[in-house]
Design a protein around this ligand. Structure first.
Ligand code: SAM
Length: 506
């Protein structure tokens, strides 16, 4: 398994991700351990060619790979997990940091070795790196036959015909309305219990450090009806938990289609009948009362009280909010174009704590953004102290070409300083992880079993509502059961307990 947060302590440009990596947790936004996962699903006998699809980056990329596999299943392709059996290799890429792109380039050299013994093999690059580099990628990486941006997957059948006839193929057109809402994703390498459901595509926030608006285009929301149908289908297939996905889910707005930025031009009727994120969340929760609902990611500037109140109203909406802060310094937040102050962020945290006292909160933080001083860094440590996050994802700033910071600001914090500040942030977060997990000890909590614990064949691994991993002896329970577990012990990332019986959610 692998993910978008590339973990390499030995590199001075290393992006450091915290303890999820050590503990093999499968977080819903981005997971280091799922990076590079090969995805495969049972094939159709009539399909004669093998697709090897590997995914890097955020959960959205993994969800997109399921769309791609679904499109290609009707084009004669079965999925394989053996590189040497592939007729087509697709790599779904991430551009969020330089390290992520370097990982993909290394991977392409591995594919090249296979191509030597399978000359008919074709290689396609999908996702954000395809969008960022476009046909430059064909010049730079001779092994690549096809370059496909995140909004062009429906064109894959035509692009494959092009490469089959010996030509290179490129489609990196970003769409104003593509959401793939009409495609039922093929669930790849699934545990059969938890699944991602995309609700928005693109991002309009224009954070100055971030490449996403350039690689995934403007923000659009998906028709709630197609979201409900997808969740229903998952329910019919036995899934017990879904995560609604988007770069900025709180900004979800359905008014009949079109870009979020064009909402102001919508008709009065469209405005009056529009669906907001809290409304969508409530509709999904009410339609599926036995299903757990999660969502990610929330941007503080868009998260509203009605979302928190909706979470409080519905037991099946899990008590976890991923709320990136990026920095504790108002000056740096402004330079990042985060449209809130740290005081407003704290006010949101206070509201969450008041309305949802049991809610876990996680963060993303960037250390060493251009011009960051020791004083700014101290403000970030202070923010960590204020919130005492349950867990977090922490990175050293990586300049991305084309972003506003990349164009207008000097990457002037020395790598050594970025790294030192990052390790201070990580050390403090680690203390808070311990503080938070200890608070679960002594309680009985509902856990949804996802699979066998990585550490012991005799134990199940699942999550509580707060998304903390819980391990406990298997007894006669099975994957997909909701079990009440008495929590007896913890490490900084895992709770340990004993099952007390089925919860009333089965
Ligand atoms: N949409 C979310 C938000 O900004 O609230 C996060 C999306 S981004 C895919 C995930 C995380 O990657 C960000 O929250 C940020 O911490 C990190 N990130 C993005 N650009 C980065 C950069 N240039 N250098 C280091 N970290 C970066």
């Amino acid at each position: 398994m692998s993910s978008c947060h590339i973990f390499d302590y030995s590199s001075i440009f290393a992006t450091l991700i915290f303890y999820y990596n050590e503990l093999h947790k499968m977080e819903k936004t981005i997971d280091e351990n799922v990076q590079g996962t090969t995805l495969a699903v049972e094939g159709k006998e009539t399909n004669k060619r093998n697709l090897y699809i590997e995914s890097y980056g955020c959960a959205m990329n993994f969800a997109d790979s399921e769309i791609v596999a679904s499109i290609l299943a009707t084009e004669g392709f079965n999925t394989t997990q053996t590189l040497e059996d592939a007729d087509l290799i697709l790599v779904n890429t991430c551009s969020i940091r330089d390290k992520a792109e370097q990982t993909i380039r290394k991977r392409l050299t591995e594919y090249n070795k296979v191509k030597k013994s399978r000359p008919h093999l074709k290689v396609g690059v999908l996702g954000c790196m395809a969008e960022r580099l476009k046909d430059k990628l064909l010049d730079e990486e001779k092994i690549v036959d096809m370059v496909v941006g995140p909004d062009a997957y429906k064109d894959l059948p035509n692009l494959i015909k092009e490469v089959d006839s010996g030509r290179d193929a490129v489609n990196v057109i970003l769409s104003k309305d593509e959401t793939y809402g009409d495609i039922a994703p093929v669930r790849l390498n699934t545990n059969g219990v938890t699944a991602f459901v995309s609700i928005t595509r693109g991002c309009d926030n224009m954070c100055t450090f971030c490449v996403v608006p350039f690689t995934r285009g403007r923000e659009r929301s998906r028709d709630p009806q197609s979201i409900l149908e997808e969740v229903n289908e998952l329910k019919r297939n036995g899934f017990k938990e879904i995560t609604l996905l988007g770069q900025n889910v709180d900004s979800y707005l359905w008014y009949g289609g079109g870009l979020k930025k064009n909402f102001e031009n919508a008709s009065e009727m469209q405005k009056a009948t529009a669906t907001s994120f809290s409304k969508l969340l409530e509709t999904v929760a009410l339609a599926n009362p036995k299903m757990r609902i999660r969502f990610s990611t929330s941007n503080p500037q868009d998260m509203t009280l009605d979302v928190i109140e909706t979470m409080a109203k519905h037991k099946n909406i899990c008590n976890h909010i991923h709320l990136p802060v990026q920095s504790g310094s108002n000056r740096i937040l402004k330079e990042m174009n985060r449209l809130h102050t740290i005081e407003e962020y704290f006010e949101l945290i206070d509201n969450i704590r008041q309305i949802l006292p049991d809610c876990s909160i996680s963060q993303d933080i960037i250390s060493g953004f251009p011009t960051e001083t020791e004083e700014d860094h101290a403000a970030t440590l202070k923010a960590l102290e204020y919130v005492k996050y349950d867990f977090g994802y922490m990175y050293a700033y990586s300049e991305r070409p084309g972003t506003l910071a990349g164009r207008k600001m000097d990457d002037d914090v020395p790598e050594k300083t970025k790294k030192r500040r990052l390790s201070e942030i990580i050390a403090l977060q680690r203390q808070h992880c311990q503080y938070r997990t200890e608070k679960h000890v002594g309680k009985v909590q509902e856990v949804l079993i996802e699979g066998t614990s990585k550490k012991s064949e005799n134990e199940w691994m699942g999550r509580n509502s707060q998304s903390t991993v819980v391990v406990f002896p298997k007894e006669n329970y099975k994957v997909g059961d909701f079990v009440n577990v008495q929590i007896n012990d913890c490490t900084s990332a895992t709770l340990k307990g004993i099952a007390q019986g089925y919860s009333d959610n089965n």
